[in-house]
Design a protein around this ligand. Structure first.
Ligand code: HEM
Length: 270
């Protein structure tokens, strides 16, 4: 196979560039650590030469952000990390959970809480993490609303955000039933009935959630499949689309800065 020409290195921020050795520094000896670093660079280069992924990573991560960017802009990433934490702790819980309405579900959660090493801790992280994610998603939505970030050209990202909000609420709702204790059972019956009162699709939605007209054995496995597979998959895909649009369009400057600092805009609005 002919050797491919080496791709030119895309610009790297100066903070990440290794400084050249100072005169007299190093004695020319190559240590095993240097070999290890070279090996890692070669592997990354090998993958990059065949995929050009480093360009995409730089495009995504090294972006200019508008003046006035502040801590409120971290709420979206905080929501994403809450989601990742839910995904990781959820995988460990799924290793022990049994979606068995005949007592097995409750027993498997009792086992995780009381017997499994760090089980109570991981379950606690997942349970509290779900509230954290719901609170963060609302705060993030408030930030984008009050900063006017839903306006042209970011309307589609707002719409994707609305779907993400609904999916986050669906995760909380379906997860609540899984311990299958009295509280989970009756709270979910109330929740499903509330869904049923919605216009047009309400009754179909509650039938779909119950897995029939009665709340029964199929309801738990249905909630489990929605909670474990359907909604997390949709969430991951839509967060990807949401972030792609954030990287493509950039973030919005705070509204007060636009009015104060941009003389052209001030002229136009006068
Ligand atoms: C799982 C839920 C969500 C995740 C992980 C997420 C993540 C993010 C991230 C990381 C950003 C860029 C940084 C920032 O501005 O905070 C962002 C921006 C944005 N998000 Fe979300 N988001 C979620 C839900 C929502 C919701 C519910 C809405 C609104 C209904 C929304 C609307 C937007 C908009 C309009 C932007 C652009 C902000 C700008 O241009 O300044 N997002 N999102």
């Amino acid at each position: 196979m002919p050797k491919l020409p080496k791709l030119p290195a895309p610009p790297m921020p100066s903070a990440l560039q290794a400084p050249p050795p100072r005169p007299g520094e190093g004695n020319g000896k190559v240590t095993p650590l240097d070999h290890a670093a070279d090996a890692a660079v070669s592997v990354v280069d090998w993958v990059d030469e065949r995929t050009s992924l480093s360009g995409a990573a730089r495009w995504m991560m090294f972006r200019k952000v508008p003046k006035g960017t502040n801590w409120f802009y971290t709420l979206g990433s905080a929501t994403m990390f809450a989601f990742l934490s839910q995904a990781v702790t959820g995988v460990f819980l799924a290793m022990f959970y049994k979606p068995d309405p005949g007592g097995g579900a409750y027993e498997s959660i009792r086992h995780v809480t009381n017997d499994v090493f760090l089980g109570q801790f991981v379950r606690g992280m997942h349970k509290w993490g779900s509230s954290v994610m719901v609170i963060l998603v609302f705060l993030h939505m408030g930030r984008t609303f009050f900063f006017g970030a839903y306006k042209y050209p970011r309307e589609l990202n707002w719409v994707i955000g609305v779907v993400l909000l609904i999916l986050t609420m669906t995760m909380s709702f379906t997860g609540y039933l899984l311990p299958f204790d009295q509280r989970a059972y009756w709270a979910t019956i109330v929740g499903v009935n509330i869904n049923g009162t919605g216009p047009l699709i309400g009754p179909y939605l509650s039938d779909f959630l119950r897995g029939g007209s009665e709340f029964g054995a199929t309801t738990l496995s249905r909630f489990y499949a929605i909670h474990m597979l359907l909604v997390p998959g949709l969430l991951a895909a839509l967060i990807g689309a949401h972030l792609y649009l954030v990287a493509k369009l950039g973030t919005t400057a705070p509204p007060w800065l636009k009015a104060e600092k941009n003389p052209d805009l001030r002229k136009a609005s006068a």
